[in-house]
Each structure stands twice: as C-alpha cells, then as structure tokens.
Ligand binder design. Structure first.
Ligand code: BTN
Length: 239
C-alpha cells in the first residue's frame, strides 16, 4: 500500500457511498478517507455521527469466495492492533463490530457487500469510523453516555497515514481465519459478561460465554445456549 492507494476528502457525505463511484475501476485495498462526513451511515439503517475530529474511511476488498465471512472481525482486530501500536490504547471488541475504550464506543465498522448481476458477492466496501478527537461541541445527549474518543487530534496528513496502515493490515489479515479468530477472542470485551441480545426489537438477557471458531458469539440464555451470527442482532453489555 502507498499514498496512491488512498484518496482524501476533507468533507463528504459518506465514504461508503463515495466508494461506489470508484469501485468498478479501483483495486483491492483502495481506500476513500474523509475528515468529516455529513451523512455517515451506521449498521441497521442508523446514521453515524461523523464530526471533524474523527477518521472516516472505506476500504475496497475483492475477496475470494471463502474469505467474506470474517471481514468485519478482521477489521476490528486490525484497527485495535494499529491503535494500540500507535497510541498505546487497548480497545476491546464488542461483538461484532464496535471497538470500546473504557466501556465507550470509539469505532464502528460497516461492511457492505456488492453483488454482480447473478447475485453473487463480488466486492466488499468496508467502512470504518474512529472517534479520534472529542467533538468540539461534545457528543449529543442521545449518545453521550455510550460514545467515547481516543482524545487524539490528527492533521489530514496524519489521518491519511493512519488510514494507510489500517488498510494495509486489513488486506494482509482478512484471508487468514487462523490469525483472526484467536486475536478476536483475545480482544473480546464481552466474554464472561452479562448481556442483552436484541433481535427484532426484543431484548433478551444472556451471558456471553465464548467466541467460536467462526467469530460467532456463544450466548447462554439459561435454558439453552446459542451461537449468534452476524445479521440483525445486536447486544448491549449489562451495566
Ligand atoms: C456502526 O457503528 O453502526 C457502523 C458505523 C460505520 C461508520 C463508517 S464511517 C466510514 C464509513 N462511511 C459511512 O457512512 N459509514 C462507515
């Protein structure tokens, strides 16, 4: 990876959206970076607050057939490793795609598959938003209890440098489940914790027991144990 694999927008709507304009001509690892987003997108149709202190990036991946499933987990491990090396912070992974620092969310990941005309997946746009600096006006009331930041102010050039390293680590890591799974388990912020599993709007108490060999979350509901896969499930760690 080099700087010619990245493009920088001081402000844009959504880097995942911008990537759709590049993806037919761009290559594996190509990365769109923004200093601020006006329409940041999160999982489950939610918006993602993207003020100017953050780093917002989308990486284009063109995986082999069997390398799609662990992309989000690989991204969580990669970001957590790079942030630890660069800034000495130890982020935990909240299954499946959030990074927590001192219990507060500092990074969200949104992987969007792109399909060919036959309906087969052909690429993934991997969006990552990291709260580097605290927003100038603080976090809005709705998220101020759950959102955090690393407390680091970066110039545009430093953001590009960080994004380049994150993309490089992801591209190297995501085809290797044997490296992703143990690292993901080690960084898990949920194993051993009481959680709520939220499915179709219904919230059920459980205990997070383990991360399985495919980065599924093994949850003990008391009467039965279930392995949760990605999809329309979210969890909340009990206070
Ligand atoms: C989530 O926490 O629900 C996922 C948030 C993903 C946000 C990133 S920021 C870069 C990329 N562009 C977007 O619009 N979303 C992703």
């Amino acid at each position: 990876m080099s700087r010619s694999d990245l493009v920088y927008y001081p402000v844009t709507g959504s880097t995942n959206r911008v990537m759709r304009e590049y993806m037919d001509v761009a290559w594996e690892g190509f990365t769109v970076v923004a200093g601020e987003q006006t329409c940041g997108r999160g999982r489950m149709g939610r918006s993602f607050l993207s003020p100017k202190g953050g780093l917002y990036m989308s990486v284009l991946l063109k995986p082999e057939k069997d390398s799609f499933s662990l992309i989000t987990a690989a991204a969580a491990v990669a970001v957590s490793n790079v942030l630890k090396e660069r800034f000495g912070v130890k982020c935990g992974i909240k299954w499946v795609n959030d990074l927590l620092l001192d219990g507060k969310k500092v990074c969200g990941i949104l992987a969007e598959s792109v399909f060919d005309t036959n309906g087969s997946p052909k690429a993934v746009i991997l969006g990552i938003g990291i709260d580097m600096a605290y927003p100038e006006d603080g976090f809005p009331d709705e998220i101020k209890d759950i959102a955090g930041a690393l407390g680091v102010n970066l110039t545009a050039d430093e953001k590009l440098d960080l994004a380049e390293e994150i993309s490089r680590v992801i591209v190297d890591l995501y085809p290797h489940p044997e490296k992703i799974v143990p690292a993901y388990r080690k960084r898990s912020a949920v194993i051993g914790k009481d959680i709520f599993v939220i499915r179709n709007g219904v919230s059920v108490p459980a205990r997070a027991v383990d991360i399985d060999g495919e980065c599924g979350l093994v949850a003990d509901f008391g009467m039965h144990t279930e392995v949760l896969r990605t999809g329309e499930i979210s969890i909340r760690i009990k206070d």
